[in-house]
Structures are given as C-alpha cells and as structure tokens.
Design a protein around this ligand. Sequence first.
Ligand SMILES: *Cc1c(COP(=O)(O)O)cnc(C)c1O
Length: 224
Amino acid sequence: MSSIDRLNDTKAAIRRAAEDCGRDPSGVILVCVTKTFPAEDVVPLLDAGHRVFGENRVQEAMSKWPALRARFPGVKLHLIGPLQSNKTREAVETFDVIQSVDREKIAAALAEEMARQGKRPRLFIQINTGAEPQKAGVSPQEADAFITTCREKYGLEIAGLMCVPPVDEQAAPHFALLADIASRNGLRELSMGMSSDYELAIQLGATYVRVGSAIMGMRDYPPA
Ligand SMILES: *Cc1c(COP(=O)(O)O)cnc(C)c1O
C-alpha cells in the first residue's frame, strides 16, 4: 500500500468519524506529519494535492520545505514540536502555524519576531494535559493565566490549543480536558489526535488531527 492509499484511507476515516458524530467533515483538518521523512517521500502526497503538513523540528523543516514550497504553492506548514527562543526567527520564517507555544519567553520572542517580519503565523498553545514533567506544554492549572498573558501582555491572537496525551493512558480524558480549557477561554481550534486515536479526538471536538505513521509508515529514527 502506498502513502497515497494511506492518505486517502485516513481522509475517508476522518470523514466517517465526523459524520458519525454529526459534525461537518470540512471542520477537521488533516495535518500530515512528515518528520524524519526526506522530501522525496513527501512529493507524492503533494502531487496528490495534499497541502497541510507538520514537522517537529525547525532545522529539519528549514532544510526540507523551502524547495517543496517553491514547487507546490499553497502549502501550510505546522510546527508541532518544541520551540527554543533562539529559533523563533527561523520558526516565524518557516511555519504558517506554530502549535507549540508553551511559555512566556516564547510568547515574547514570537511577538517581537512577528512584528519584525510582518508575518503572523497562527498560534496554538500546547497544554501538558497529563502534567508530565518531561513533556512540553503549559500545565492545565496555568493554562487560563498563560492564555490571558499571551493575549493581553503580548497582543498575540491565539487560535486554539494542542495536546499530546501520555502514551500509557486513555486519551479521552485528555482530549476532553483540552476541549474544556479551550471552551472556557473562547478558543475554537483543537489540535488533538494522532495515528492511533484521531477518530476518538474527532468525537471529542478535534479541528486539527496530526497523523504521521498511519500515512507515512513507520519512522526510522537515526541513531542518537
Ligand atoms: C510525531 C508526532 C505526531 C504524529 O504521530 P503518529 O503517531 O506518527 O501519527 C503528532 N503530533 C506530534 C506532536 C508529534 O510529535
């Protein structure tokens, strides 16, 4: 089975999941996660018309995407991995959407860089719904205050929230928590659900799902 077959299957599953819970399928956007895969593996998906992609590392995206963008107009590239404050310039240059805003230093650096470049990527705040010490994201307790700080102190328009639930737990309570935080803060967009649980995420309100291996195949990480 080719990546295009898997892309089409995933799109069909997204449509079914949305319809099964009475949602308009066009309200769920598929972010195809291409991290670790070379540009040549992405080209067939672009040829097939897909345009929304996710990468988790700024450096990797910078080496892969400018040439692809030049060939395929209309790409929307999402940063779904952690952002260092010394990489905000490159991140604002490279990405249309930054899903991983998670601390004040990043909010400040993004505000400054967006003003400097006159470019406004859509911003999501990452919530560490499982409060895992090793994981990026704002803790659920600090979420409301951080959203307010981003809006009022830094003038940032926040589109929505993103989460990556703990691997060893049921995802549903984490998706529900994310939806709850978004709703009480007047945020529309919810980026949640990966290859193994995007249908569940759609039931719980996801507007963006981030699907990698179910489309691209297993990732082959280079040795550390
Ligand atoms: C890698 C990654 C994904 C995609 O994971 P799959 O299980 O391969 O679908 C989604 N979100 C984030 C934040 C990721 O790092």
